[in-house]
Every structure is written in C-alpha cells, then in structure tokens.
Design a protein around this ligand. Structure first.
Ligand code: SF4
Length: 90
C-alpha cells in the first residue's frame, strides 16, 4: 500500500493526526502509525528491525533507516497503518 496516500490522496500531517496516527519524527522523513488500523502482520518488523521493533520505546525510530529504506518498508504495510511524509513535500 502506498504509504504517502489515503484513498489516492497525498496525506497531510493534519489528516493523519485527526485520524489518530502517532508521529515518529525523523530528520528528513516523519513516519505515522495507527495502532487501530494495524493488523499485526509484521511486515514492518521483518522489513527493517532497526527501525521497527515491537517492545522498544519508541517502537519506531525513523532515522535508523534511510529515507528510501523507510519508504520501501512502509509501502509493504498491507493495512495502511503506516504512512509517511517526506520533509519539504507539504
Ligand atoms: S506492516 Fe503494517 S499492519 Fe503489519 S505490523 Fe507493521 S504496521 Fe502493522
């Protein structure tokens, strides 16, 4: 699923926070996560455990991966629970 969009529209921080996503700030990219949407399938954790590690606080550390790598993993999330906004895109 495209982590930069919801229903074909590019996401904004305002929209994501309104929908209950939590923000995990990075230097060039912010990751957003919704625990209500997450289906616990684990693609993110398998995709890059340096960035996504269940049980760690915070469980997402955006800057442990490059922007390209984070986006690659986020796009494998099948539920739409992970989204991202690249700094400077909005
Ligand atoms: S890939 Fe998406 S649905 Fe699966 S555990 Fe990670 S956030 Fe949840």
């Amino acid at each position: 699923m495209d982590g930069s969009k919801i229903n074909g529209k590019t996401v904004t921080e305002e929209l994501l926070l309104e929908k209950g996503y939590r923000k995990y700030t990075g230097e060039d990219l912010d990751i957003y996560y919704s625990k209500d949407i997450c289906e616990h399938i684990g693609n993110c954790v398998r995709g890059n455990p340096d960035v996504f590690e269940v049980g760690r606080r915070p469980w997402i550390i955006t800057d442990n991966g490059s922007v390209e790598e984070d986006i690659r993993v986020i796009d494998t999330c099948p539920s739409g629970a992970l989204k991202y906004i690249r700094k400077g895109d909005n």
